[in-house]
Design a binder for this molecule. Structure first.
Ligand SMILES: C[S@@+](CC[C@H](N)C(=O)[O-])C[C@H]1O[C@@H](n2cnc3c(N)ncnc32)[C@H](O)[C@@H]1O
Length: 265
């Protein structure tokens, strides 16, 4: 159950960002460019360009550098001052506002100031109280036609499975995991499901337009991409289970040998 303190401890104090600044997490795609152009950009391209983009949990700016090409201004909020300082050095002061945040709030922003909010591999570690805090914030800080694309946990859909695996002797668990017979929980938030996320969004007045359930590491669909808007009305939400998310990443990696950026791993 990741708390703000544990997140801070890992991302601010323990994790070694010095070599690749998070680009190492794109290895499965054959590099950050490949992941952006083949996996992320196709999912958010209709929301871009946007005047002001908010990146929740940018880390050291793996996606900020691409998002900056599609907006006038950006706001970066992260729990870790180490990450915020690294982003400040990387992107400068001209178009970017930086904030070390509390982990559940964007109250520091002016109301109706954000056109597009984005978050990747960050809210997956946020339990439902923090998620609710951000959603309440987005309901106020998005412009009336603003949108959000948020990557979050769906682990609680598999609570029974992960409660059971945690009870196994560690050696057996590790043995099964290394043979691909057991899923890792990937440190995902244990209180969040896609359904609960959508309900919280609707409760604060946001409208869910799409939800895509994906696996992360194993077979179970423990993660979700949710797209939200503030505007009311419109079609009912579209929902998809995408168990082939990793297979697709490996296909992209194969192409990276031909068309990629020549990454060091
Ligand atoms: C795995 S890194 C991902 C960084 C970046 N989004 C990327 O994909 O490269 C997680 C980042 O989220 C930040 N973080 C974790 N929980 C957070 C929260 N509740 N609010 C804001 N930032 C958070 C961490 O400090 C870290 O920088």
């Amino acid at each position: 159950m990741p708390s703000h303190e544990q997140n801070y401890q890992i991302w601010n104090n323990s994790y070694d960002w010095s070599r690749y600044q998070g680009d190492e997490w794109s290895a499965k795609w054959g590099g950050t460019d490949m992941q952006w152009y083949w996996t992320i950009y196709p999912r958010i391209r209709y929301h871009l360009p946007a005047q002001t983009i908010l990146d929740i949990g940018p880390g050291q700016g793996r996606w900020t550098r691409y998002l900056l090409q599609h907006c006038d201004n950006m706001v970066l909020v992260d729990l870790s001052e180490k990450c915020i300082n690294a982003c400040r050095r990387r992107f400068g002061e001209d178009r970017v506002l930086y904030k070390v945040g509390s982990g559940d709030s964007i109250d520091f922003l002016e109301d109706e100031s954000i056109d597009f909010a984005f978050s990747w591999e960050t809210l997956v570690y946020a339990e439902i109280e923090a998620v609710r805090g951000y959603l309440e914030g987005l309901a106020r800080k998005l412009k009336p036609d603003g949108r959000a694309f948020l990557h979050h946990s769906n682990l609680a859909s598999y609570s029974a499975y992960f409660d059971l695996t945690i009870k196994m002797p560690k050696r057996l668990r590790d043995f099964l995991k290394t043979r691909g017979l057991l899923d890792y929980d990937q440190w995902r938030a244990r209180s969040v499901t896609a359904e609960l996320f959508a309900r919280c969004a609707e409760e604060v007045g946001l409208r869910v337009t799409t939800q895509e359930l994906i696996p992360w590491g194993g077979r179970r669909l423990i993660d979700c991409f949710t797209t939200l808007t503030r505007s009311s009305g419109g079609a009912s939400p579209r929902f998809k289970k995408n168990p082939n998310y990793h297979t697709r990443a490996y296909h992209i990696q194969e192409l990276s040998w031909l068309y990629g950026e020549g990454v060091p791993w």
